[in-house]
Design a protein around this ligand. Sequence first.
Ligand code: PLP
Length: 437
Amino acid sequence: MIASSATGSAAGSKPGLRREIAGVSIADLAEQYGTPLYVYDADTIRRRCRDLAAWDTIRFAQKACSNLAVLGIVRREGVLVDAVSTGEIHRAIVAGYSPHAPREPGPDGLPPAHPIVYTADIFDRDSLDVVVRHGIHVNCGSADMIEQLAERMPGASITLRVNPGFGHGHSQKTNTGGEGSKHGIWHEEIPEVLRRAEWAGLQVSGLHMHIGSGTDLAHLAEVAGALERVAIEVGRSLTMISAGGGLPVPYKPGEVHADLSGYFTLWDATRKRLEERFGHRIRLELEPGRYLTAESGSVITEVRAVKRQGDRKYLLVDAGFNTLARPVLYGSYHPMSLCPRDDDARNATEEVAVGGPLCESGDIFTQTDGGFVATRPLPVAAVGDLLVIEIAGAYGFVMASNYNSKPLPAEVLVDAGAHRLVRSRQTPEDLVRGECV
Ligand SMILES: *Cc1c(COP(=O)(O)O)cnc(C)c1O
């Protein structure tokens, strides 16, 4: 096990206090770009990409954080991309990904990888048009997609997303396997689906399983065995297997990074057995979302009120679940630090609940699964202080909304001590665009 890197208070400062993000002053960022603000540290993203270098292909599940600047960073690290919608295909192309795979195998003798893969359980009419127009590779999560694609792209090769009959996630809502999940092709249906593909004239070149988000390695490891069994049913047309995503990230104090080398070894052994059986090379893919970006991202928000309700003290900040939805959706825990406006020592800490500005009692960042309001020990705060909500770079901005007619926040990238705006804050005009009286 590898110890979690310090993502909370910067070295040298007091517990719960933090003044910088990757060497840049938090107060300066708030001053220049306003709050609430998403800030990403480019180096943390690069480090997470490099952690996974053993895998033949890292495919970023961009739904975790799809800002073009983030896509640009992972692309330059050699990471390929997954798209779950027409909009994500568009983002990938604008970020510089080619829709087409190279024709020839690489120097490693592995079959070429598709830079962009469309993974979904359906084609809406729009995504089918876009996939056909660009010749994007498709990872099918429902058998009905086979005939729909075959009609428009005769002879295409496809991969199948298989539901192995079990799943696991940090929340029931992020479990994507088993009977309780709509995702993927049910494992027992594979022989029938292979017949349908053959009848439609499509080649099944790969298999993919993704059983859930934020699970643990013990559950993820069960996927390798399940995938191997299905791979044998598919047979020699197989040239790629994908372990999916779901790699956990340490959010809570005391949590550590998982042992990724053991996880790779397990999958590599599965791949090697299949290569031996089929007599050709097989590409091994991993498809992380959260792992690559979660720790790089923070939300900077300003404390706008400090009040007591009976015995409980509340900090009310200018970010809400319109800014970061994970606590209200999943009861997720995010570490928090205080950046005082002044140079006060702020030695004392106190238990506080942290909430946002929305007209909704669920607008609480310190809640547990089930919606119960909890408290957190934080340095004593005053109006005008900044609160940093950490490990917010995955399923953060991408789930932000305009609820209560709040504008989407700005996003800033910090790289090599410099910072730049990578998405501007929405304006009041943006909020009513396309509407009429
Ligand atoms: C969401 C998703 C992922 C990434 O999940 P993480 O838990 O963020 O790693 C990977 N593959 C597919 C198909 C997904 O839908």
